[in-house]
Design a protein around this ligand. Structure first.
Ligand code: SAM
Length: 259
């Protein structure tokens, strides 16, 4: 989609981009193609796109698979995409964060030019829900990458970095300048890809890690009393704080609680 196409679609349909929904529409065909390539979609793959917007990625995605589902919070956009015969996708008109009982475990690939105001929550939900997904490709604010790849004992380290590391390999692929969007976002963006490793994650693990960080300055047992005793049994200092634990330790402790 070029900037001319985006401007035309906005004008023809009387749409104004909604900043409350983080609407910055991608208008650079080369970037769109590079994102689609990173997804490594096989024709039989089930693909999930969060926030299709005007369909910048959706049009190309629907040429790669017959199994594309898109979740869009803005009812006008969801209706617009649903009516477009060129787009072969199942469009769910909903806030993704409120979506329950969907076929999450069946998706092989998830892709999103993420709405930046809810980036962290959407990424955490995808990682917790899409338990069999082998590849995730996201457009994020460049400055958010520090939080995604943060290491223990740093200010940026938290549930998002832990979940990304547990999910698999995180790669910062390329920078996307502000002028590749209409309207331009506040900062430069970047595309990242996540390739699944061997850990099995689910939404309960996401809840557990969030709970561990309820009060990051206090002892971990204050946020998570279930860990009393378990920490020492597993060789950890009983006064340890969540931000001092390696990602793998959260899985180890979660498994100790549930077993
Ligand atoms: N994919 C399009 C593109 O690349 O041009 C639009 C990307 S725009 C940055 C983010 C999109 O996510 C918007 O269409 C917005 O309406 C949608 N969105 C925002 N919050 C959402 C949520 N909670 N659930 C689903 N979609 C959401």
């Amino acid at each position: 989609m070029t900037s001319e196409t985006i401007h035309r679609l906005l004008a023809d349909n009387d749409f104004l981009p909604e900043s409350k929904f983080g609407q910055n529409f991608l208008c650079d065909d080369q970037i769109i193609e590079s994102i689609i390539d990173l997804c490594e979609i096989n024709p039989e793959d089930k693909v999930l796109e969060i926030g299709p917007g005007l369909g910048s990625l959706t049009r190309s995605l629907s040429c790669k698979t017959n199994n594309l589902t898109c979740v869009e919070i803005d009812k006008r956009l969801a209706e617009f995409l649903d009516k477009d015969d060129e787009i072969k996708a199942s469009i769910i008109s909903s806030d993704y964060l409120k979506l329950k009982d969907y076929d999450a475990s069946e998706y092989d690939v998830v892709v999103s030019n993420l709405p930046y105001y809810v980036m962290t929550d959407i990424m955490k939900k995808i990682i917790g829900d899409c338990t069999n997904c082998r590849k995730m490709v996201f457009m994020v604010e460049d400055e958010a990458i520090a939080r995604i790849i943060a290491k223990p004992n740093t200010k940026q380290y938290g549930p998002l970095s832990i979940l990304c590391e547990l999910y698999g390999e995180v790669t910062r692929e390329f920078t996307v300048p502000r002028n590749c969007f209409i309207p331009s976002p506040r900062t430069t963006s970047a595309v990242i890809s996540l390739t699944r490793g061997n850990n099995k994650l689910d939404s309960n693990i996401v809840k557990f890690i969030d709970k561990c960080f309820t009060n990051r300055r206090k002892k971990l047992v204050n946020s998570c009393p279930e860990l009393k005793g378990i920490l020492e049994e597993h060789g950890y200092d009983s006064n340890i704080r969540a931000e001092q634990l390696m990602p793998g330790s959260f899985l180890e402790l979660y498994n100790a609680i549930i077993n």
